[in-house]
Design a protein around this ligand. Structure first.
Ligand SMILES: NC(=O)c1ccc[n+]([C@@H]2O[C@H](COP(=O)([O-])OP(=O)(O)OC[C@H]3O[C@@H](n4cnc5c(N)ncnc54)[C@H](OP(=O)(O)O)[C@@H]3O)[C@@H](O)[C@H]2O)c1
Length: 360
């Protein structure tokens, strides 16, 4: 069989350049076999090489590549050319940037593909965005162009504009979706999840400062976190729009990377642990980045990787699913590049099979 030649994807712009998620995008793209021309885009570090902003990337192919302003990065794309963008910028700031990119793409006939890693394109409804994020959407006329989804639960080609749902939501939906979609659980999903400090981004705050966080554990925004609605909406999309009630309690944990989520669900059909595990394994049989374990998965198994791991346990009608992933990788940059692969007709996991680090 002759291999289909991969069309040159053109440059890949990473917006939010010096932030944590952008840094993770650069780390993963540094080893990607197809997206070879990577342009880190910044508002504060133009001219600096990647290796100075992210010393852990100094020895990679991107170590000497300079950060650019968005204007500079776009000016280097020829009219009619292809360009991909990963937006790792704060919510609120992202929508006007995407609007600007789409407008320029129309004017210059650019073949533009965008994967948004912020929260700005997760809902098609500007009113829902306003209710959750407390501000007007920055480009409501662009919402229709985007679809939000987890690659494992969004089959088929992806179009040109995708929104990635984020770390907590990815961990919870990967855990609940097999059972919710199969119709074997009540429409109530209880999620308790612990995240590492890198989930709060690069700027330290009173609650994310090292002495406050190390050797500590606390819940925040119990039953009132924005990601509840995002979990409900994604699960709803798997059941003809019927959204389950999601009760979500996030915790901030004393580690840097990773999310450990524990979900409690009520079975409506008698299943034992083995049957429930088989059901989940069947769902993820063709998903190279998700595994279902016999033992509860540990965080360090997935830290630094683009994989998620699930543990499934049943007693009577109680179904417990534990879910671990790296918030910066599978929960943001890795999930985003998974989408970028799909947007370019490449295998989902291309360039995303990094081994774990095992201990940290
Ligand atoms: N951290 C996570 O685990 C995680 C997981 C899922 C999704 N996300 C989402 O990913 C995005 C980035 O998160 P992060 O943790 O990387 O945050 P971060 O460390 O604060 O980085 C954001 C970067 O965006 C740039 N920036 C800031 N304000 C901007 C503006 N007004 N316009 C354009 N660029 C601006 C800055 O880089 P320059 O100074 O170089 O421009 C900043 O370092 C957020 O939307 C977040 O919600 C984060």
């Amino acid at each position: 069989m002759t291999e289909r030649p991969v069309r040159d994807p053109g440059p890949t712009l990473v917006l939010g350049g010096s932030g944590y998620v952008a840094g993770e995008c650069l780390r993963l793209l540094a080893g990607h076999p197809v997206f070879r021309e990577v342009v880190p885009v910044t508002t504060s570090r133009a001219g600096d090489p990647v290796g100075r902003v992210f010393p852990h990337l100094e020895a990679t192919d991107l170590g000497s590549v300079a950060f650019r302003s968005l204007e500079e990065a776009l000016a280097a794309v020829p009219d009619g050319g292809r360009v991909s963008v990963l937006t790792a910028t704060p919510h609120g700031a992202t929508a006007p940037l995407v609007d600007r990119l789409m407008t320029e793409a129309d004017q210059r006939d650019l073949d533009l593909r965008v994967v948004d890693l912020s929260a700005d394109f997760r809902f098609r409804d500007a009113a829902r965005y306003r209710a959750l994020y407390g501000q007007d959407h920055g480009a409501p006329h662009r919402l229709e162009s985007f679809r939000c989804g987890i690659p494992e639960w969004t089959p088929g080609p992806a179009g040109r504009f995708m929104a990635h749902p984020g770390c907590f939501t990815t961990a919870a939906v990967l855990a609940a979706a097999p059972f919710w979609k199969a119709g074997v659980v009540e429409p109530e999903v209880f999620v308790s999840a612990v995240t590492g400090s890198s989930g709060s981004g690069r700027q330290p705050g009173p609650d994310t400062h090292h002495p406050e966080r190390r050797s500590n554990l606390r819940a925040y925004s119990p039953l009132g976190h924005r990601h509840e609605a995002e979990m409900a909406a994604l699960l709803g999309a798997l059941a003809a729009g019927t959204e389950p009630e999601v009760a979500f309690v996030p915790h901030s944990g004393p580690f840097v990377r990773g999310i450990h989520a524990t979900l409690h669900l009520r079975l409506t059909k008698p299943l034992d642990t083995r049957q429930a595990r088989d059901l989940a394994r069947e769902c993820y049989a063709d998903a190279p980045l998700v595994s279902v374990r016999d033992d509860p998965p540990r965080l360090v198994e997935v830290v630094g990787t683009c994989r998620a791991a699930l543990g499934v346990f049943v007693r009577n009608r109680t179904l417990v699913v534990t879910s671990v992933l790296d918030n910066l990788a599978k929960g943001a940059a890795g999930g985003g590049i998974q989408w970028l692969n799909r947007l370019h007709g490449l295998p989902d996991d291309l360039g995303l099979r990094q081994p774990g680090i095992g201990w940290c």
